[in-house]
Write a protein that binds this ligand. Structure first.
Ligand SMILES: CC(C)(COP(=O)(O)OP(=O)(O)OC[C@H]1O[C@@H](n2cnc3c(N)ncnc32)[C@H](O)[C@@H]1OP(=O)(O)O)[C@@H](O)C(=O)NCCC(=O)NCCS
Length: 153
């Protein structure tokens, strides 16, 4: 199985839309509403242009299998992570690989150390495992979510 990550392009707009609207992905998100195409395409093209955002696609043997997005929070000085796998590629711990390959790609493009953060719903055990296996630390928890943090030197 060959695993690689690449930057998302304009051609991935529909793929990312379909992934974002998949029921398990909406359920895992903090905004669970269905996403409309026009909202998505405006949002997506802004993200691609935004120097503080990075969207990567995980490919398994050349097939798009998942996505990880990093949004730099300037005030808090960290990169916020969102990630998902295509339903066909779940159940094989590829979420762990997606985070590790994504963080490696991001950190190699940055000077100095970076901080990455993920917020995960308490019921989302698979996502929590993926952060823990990447040595993210549980920094805090609120009523419904856990905050995972890792500093990459
Ligand atoms: C989160 C996501 C990427 C993880 O996918 P995955 O890597 O295929 O997850 P897996 O089913 O392989 O589970 C990962 C690990 O959690 C464990 N796990 C999963 N569900 C579990 C449960 N209910 N109880 C205990 N352990 C559980 C698995 O056994 C596995 O452990 P291992 O790596 O030690 O073998 C995927 O579920 C997804 O895309 N979900 C929808 C979007 C989402 O939730 N994104 C994250 C938002 S924070």
């Amino acid at each position: 199985m060959h695993l690689s990550v690449r930057r998302a392009t304009e051609d991935d707009c529909k793929l990312v839309f379909d992934w974002a609207n998949e029921p398990e992905v909406r359920k895992a998100s903090f905004n669970t509403e269905k996403i409309e195409w026009s909202d998505h395409s405006n949002w997506y093209f802004q993200k691609l242009k935004n120097p503080n955002s990075l969207i990567l696609i995980l490919e398994v043997d050349g097939f798009p299998a998942g996505q990880i997005r990093f949004d730099r929070d300037i005030e808090q000085n960290y990169f916020l992570i969102s990630f998902l796998l295509d339903a066909k590629f779940r159940g094989m711990s590829l979420g762990t690989t997606l985070i590790s390959k994504g963080v490696e790609y991001l950190s190699s493009a940055q000077k100095g150390s970076i901080v990455c953060v993920g917020f995960v719903k308490k019921e989302n055990v698979a996502s929590q495992r993926a952060f823990q296996k990447n040595e993210f630390l549980l920094e805090s928890e609120s009523n419904d979510n856990l905050k995972f943090v890792k500093t990459i030197e």
